[in-house]
Every structure is written in C-alpha cells, then in structure tokens.
Design a protein around this ligand. Structure first.
Ligand code: MN
Ligand code: MN
Length: 414
C-alpha cells in the first residue's frame, strides 16, 4: 500500500520535474538537469545573501548569472593586470600575468610596463621571443641581430615590436610623458622579473676578465653599480637620427624592421560595425613565432563565431566592455566578461565569439604563438557545405544558408 503522503510527495516531485524539463528542453535552454536563473523556480535560488564584494562581482555579470546555455567546467579563461602587483622603481614599473597565476596560458605570458620620459628598461635578453603592443605614449627600442646588425626605432600608440629569443634589446620612454605597453612572451612561464641583465653579468665577472674582453684597464669598471638596475631613470634621449648614426657599424642594418604599425595598417575586414587588423610573418617578416590581430568593434557588434586551428589565443582588452563565450567538447561552455586591462585566453580549436556589451567602442588585441594567423569561421564553413545537409543538422530552411556571411575574419552588426 502507498500512503497518501508518499503519493503527494511523488506527485509534487513529478510536477516540478515536468515543469523544469519542459523549460530545459527548449530553444536557448538545452541542458539536463536545467541550469541558469531562468530555471530557478524558487526566487531564493538566485539570491546571494552571503559575504560579497559588489565592486568585483559587478564586473562579472556573466559569472554571477551565466546564460542557461553555459554548461560544464571549462578552465578559467580570465585574468587581469588590474590586480597584478606592480614592481615600481624610479623610471617606471611592470606587472605580469604568467602561467603561475593563470594556468591555462601555457603558450603566452603577459607583461604590462610603464616607462617615464627617460625611464630605461635595462639592456637585457631572454629565453623567449618578445612581442609588444604600445598602448600609450612614445618609446625608443634598440635590438641587435645575430649578424651584428643594430636596429633602433621610435614607436607610438598602436605600434608593435618583435625581438626573437636571445636578441639583446633595450626600451626607453620618450617625451612628453614616457610610454606604456604590453609585452607577450612566446612561453607561458616566461617572467619579466627573470631576464638576463647586462649589469648582472658585468658585476659578476672578474674585473681582469672585463679588462681583457674590452681591451681597457680593469679600473674602467671600478664605479659599476653593485646591483642590477632593471628599470631606472635615465636622461630623455636625443634625436633618433643621431642615435642611429652612433649605433651603426660595418655590418649595416638588418633586412627587415623589428617594429610595425599595427594600429595604422590596412584592415583585412572593415564594416561600419568594426574592423580586424592583422600582423604576422606575412606583413611583419621578423615575427616568426607570434601572429597578432587588433579588433575594433562598435556597441552591440559581434566578433563572429570562429576558432583557430594552429594556436591558442591570448587577448588583452584595451577599451570597452566585452563578453566572450567559449565552447569545447563535453559540451563545456563558459561565458566571461572582460574590461580594460583584462586578459582572455582561448585554447586552440575551441569555438568562441566576442560581443561588445558596452555602449562605447570595444578594442582588444589577440596574439597567437605561430608564424601565420589562421581562423575558421563557423558561418563560412556552413555556407560552403551542402545546404541540404546543413539544413538537416539544424532543422532549418536550406534557402537561408546562402544568405550567411563568408567574407573572412568579420565583425557582425549588433
Ligand atoms: Mn625584453
Ligand atoms: Mn579568435
């Protein structure tokens, strides 16, 4: 015999499950058991009475209340320079996000650096290649290639540079107010706080060896600093042409520049909704391990659904408010929010899109550890598959497929 109470309990549970199932198995709400605030029948299911930090939580509406299409447990794809400790010295500062604090980012680590006018990032080299994007001001960069050919250039906002691994270089802020930039190393573990510094080597070499090496008396080096400099305040340097002349020797100049104006380069795609600019080894010859895109999007616009077959994507958000959705097998789907100074990361072949969810222009750059930029567009692929077959997958009218866009890296209107 079944008691009246058991019958009521079973009926209530059945009724709840039926209602939830009906909502879950619907357009835009696919999962079992159903997820998302839309499936929370009891209002208490979505409130957050516990301790919280509204200033932080307010930046992540997609984490506080994910779309009901989100599912699973993708590795965290958000990090930020905004909460990374700054190493401040006279002449500037730097902060970094490496794989030690951002585990997903195994191919790229990021450094955000500020140099005052005259501020010098000491002459150094390192194990990883260095790619950088100027976000502010003016900077002078120097580098020497393996044939002893020197290069010097002044860069401005929107410009990039690339130094192959091991190539020795320097950076110095220019007038009127120095510079700020973001460096990407082609190794997620690389650290700006652990580079080969010219002062470190001088200080830790016997003076007799220095004397032989440079053909001068050992006393020449008697007043060297006893500690490395890393970043220090120098004099604002003189005219570029004079410096170039002073640096040039018998070996001449390198065949290709180590700097490139990504911000003023011709877009590969431009509509009223935004534009995509690309710098890789095709147009920026020296950049053999980093390809980059600069994306500019108007409010409401969508960087269309796509993926990259040849590399992970490391993003830096320059301005505006973005929401990115990332898809992997499982299914696993994660939606996150990005503000200026934030970093995003997408594994190779994971499907993704970026929306401008603010009311101002959105701009970010993305770098890939590869010589050539590659992308597959979902729309392009499906438009160039058999229409009847695609229609059968999605239960749609095949006639609509011919209207889908197929013109490359694209920003869709809002
Ligand atoms: Mn460096
Ligand atoms: Mn992408």
């Amino acid at each position: 015999m079944i008691s009246r109470r058991e019958v009521l309990a079973a009926t209530a549970a059945g009724a709840v499950m039926t209602a939830a199932t009906a909502r879950a198995a619907s357009f835009g709400n696919p999962d079992e058991p159903p997820q998302g605030a839309i499936n929370a029948k009891n209002p208490g299911s979505v409130t957050d009475p516990g301790p919280q930090n509204p200033a932080v939580a307010g930046q992540f509406p997609s984490a506080v209340s994910p779309p009901p299409t989100d599912v699973g447990s993708l590795q965290m794809d958000w990090a930020s320079f905004n909460n990374s400790p700054r190493r401040i010295q006279d002449g500037g500062w730097a902060r970094q996000v490496t794989q030690s604090t951002f585990p997903i980012s195994d191919t790229i680590s990021g450094v955000n650096m500020r140099l005052s006018a005259g501020g010098i990032r000491e002459l150094h080299w390192h194990q990883a290649a260095e790619w950088a994007f100027m976000t502010y001001g003016n900077c002078r960069v120097t580098v020497l290639d393996t044939n002893g050919r020197p290069y010097v250039a002044d860069v401005k906002e929107g410009d990039i540079w690339y130094f192959p691994a091991g190539y020795p270089h320097s950076l110095q802020g220019l007038g009127p107010d120095g510079c700020e930039f973001v460096i990407c190393f082609d190794n997620g573990a690389a650290s700006e706080f652990n580079t080969l510094l010219v002062t470190d080597w001088f200080i830790h070499t016997p003076p007799s060896v220095l004397a032989k090496n440079f053909g001068v008396p050992a006393e020449t080096f008697a007043k060297m600093p006893l500690h490395d400099l890393w970043i220090f305040q120098g004099k604002v340097p003189g005219e570029l042409s004079a410096v170039k002349k002073a640096m040039t020797g018998k070996a001449g100049a390198p065949p290709y520049p180590f700097t490139f104006s990504l911000g003023s380069s011709a877009p590969v795609s431009e509509t009223k909704s935004g534009k995509v600019q690309i710098a890789d080894s095709n147009n920026f010859k020296v950049s053999t391990t980093i390809a980059a895109t600069l994306i500019t999007m108007q409010p409401g616009a969508l960087r269309q659904m796509h993926w990259h077959p040849n590399a992970d994507e490391w993003q830096y958000y320059i301005k505006g408010k973005a929401r990115m959705g990332v898809f992997d097998t499982g299914p696993n789907v994660l939606t996150m929010d990005f503000s200026p100074g934030d970093i995003g990361y997408v594994k190779r072949n994971f499907g993704h899109y970026v929306e401008n969810v603010g009311n101002t222009e959105l701009q970010f750059f993305a770098v890939f550890r590869t010589a050539q930029y590659e992308e597959i567009s979902l729309s392009d692929w499906l438009k160039h598959s058999p229409p009847e077959m695609v229609a059968e997958h999605l239960n749609i009218d095949p006639a609509t497929i011919s209207e889908w866009p197929d013109d490359g890296p694209l920003i869709r209107p809002g």
